[in-house]
Design a protein. Structure first.
Length: 62
């Protein structure tokens, strides 16, 4: 939770879809932090991207 909040990720619901995907385990957070560090993707994007391989390939949809 601390990593998400420090990166500026919020949990506000914009509509019916809710806040979107968020990592649920420390492992998911670590994977995304490592991918962000290795690719230069902003932490807020990395921490809200479902597929880590998508981050590593640079093909995030944001």
């Amino acid at each position: 939770m601390t990593a998400l909040l420090n990166a500026g990720v919020t949990f506000h619901s914009g509509c019916c879809d809710g806040p979107g995907w968020r990592p649920r385990t420390p492992r998911e957070v670590r994977e995304r932090l490592a991918a962000a560090a290795g690719t230069g993707v902003p932490l807020s994007v990395a921490l809200t991207t479902v597929d880590v391989d998508e981050l590593r390939s640079g093909q995030t949809s944001r």
